[in-house]
Design a protein. Structure first.
Length: 308
């Protein structure tokens, strides 16, 4: 166990303990709530509940548990994981549904890094073993193209490229209804959902988030949208279209219609990382890779086209 003492900054005055401490320490609100419940959060020397309010200038004392042991990557074949490109610096893959990018606490399913290890692809970059080579992520329920760095040089170059937004990230999303206008930009900050820790939301004071979109095919109940991400926040496309009241079809977490999801036999959000373009870390030449729709997403479109 380790103890930390933190003065409450002006910007957190009046905020709930769980929300404010989560921001200060980079923890989830659930973890902070658990710490408060076990008496490991003191405010000015007295135990603080998760819903107590912070006061600017107050002193927080937090007792943190020891960090978990590093997660181990065990080579394990992943059904449907395809290699689109492989060289000395990078490997580009087509990620199937139900696969996380790397191991994490609580995740027991397949991962991209374990699948690559099973293929004998060597990833040699710094960082935690379970995240070696990972320069960006896709949700487990999102399919499509992603790149993993194989060399230290590629890792450094690609991490910088994603941070500086010089990577072209193209997605296709099937959203409910018909966005108006049919082409536009969603510029709305995103942060953790104020009430549900497993979700994100458009929140005043959240991290800047920008999504560009254009409708490429319209159906009776939905629209197929080409999406370009300027930023790369967790669940960004799902949150932004949900905020417009045009959630991704099948995305029950963010307000999609379960009746339409069942009709299209979708058990996850209709969202696919279609294209990925960037300067190759070896020589700077522009490369671009494309992923075809997986069977469940293609079948959903077939149903919609048949009735339109």
């Amino acid at each position: 166990m380790s103890a930390r003492m933190l003065p409450v900054p002006e910007g957190l005055d009046g905020m709930r303990v769980d929300a404010g401490l989560a921001k200060l320490l980079g923890l989830s609100r659930t973890v902070v709530a658990e710490l408060a419940a076990t008496g490991d959060v003191l405010l000015d020397g007295k135990p603080a509940g998760k819903s107590d309010r912070l006061t600017a200038g107050g002193l927080l004392e937090v007792t943190l548990p020891e960090p978990d042991a590093p997660l181990e990557v065990v080579a394990e074949p992943v059904d449907g994981l395809k290699v689109l490109h492989d060289d000395d610096d990078i490997v580009v893959v087509d990620k199937p549904v139900g696969v996380a990018v790397h191991p994490s606490p609580g995740w027991t399913g397949p991962t991209v890094v374990a699948g690559l290890a099973a293929m004998g692809l060597r990833i040699s970059t710094s960082g935690a073993a379970e995240r070696q080579g990972v320069v960006h992520r896709l949700d487990a329920g999102t399919t499509g193209v992603m790149v993993v760095a194989k060399s230290e040089h590629a890792y450094t170059v690609l991490k910088r490229a994603f941070k500086e937004r010089t990577v072209d990230k193209g997605y296709h999303a099937l959203v409910q209804g018909h966005p108006d206008p049919t082409r536009g930009t969603i510029d709305a900050p995103i942060d953790r959902h104020p009430r549900h820790d497993y979700k994100f939301a458009v929140v005043a004071g959240g991290r800047p988030s920008v999504t560009h979109y254009e409708v490429i095919e319209a159906f009776r109940a939905a629209s197929l949208v080409d999406v370009k991400l300027e930023t790369g926040r967790t669940h960004q496309i799902r949150v932004h279209f949900s905020a417009l009241r045009h959630p991704c079809v099948g995305d029950l977490t963010y307000g999609a219609d379960p009746v339409l999801a069942r009709k299209l036999s979708l058990s996850r959000q209709w969202l696919h990382a279609r294209t990925l373009g960037f300067a190759h870390p070896a020589d700077g030449r522009h490369v671009e890779f494309t992923s075809q729709y997986p069977a469940d997403l293609a079948a959903a479109l077939d149903v919609l086209r048949a009735e339109s």
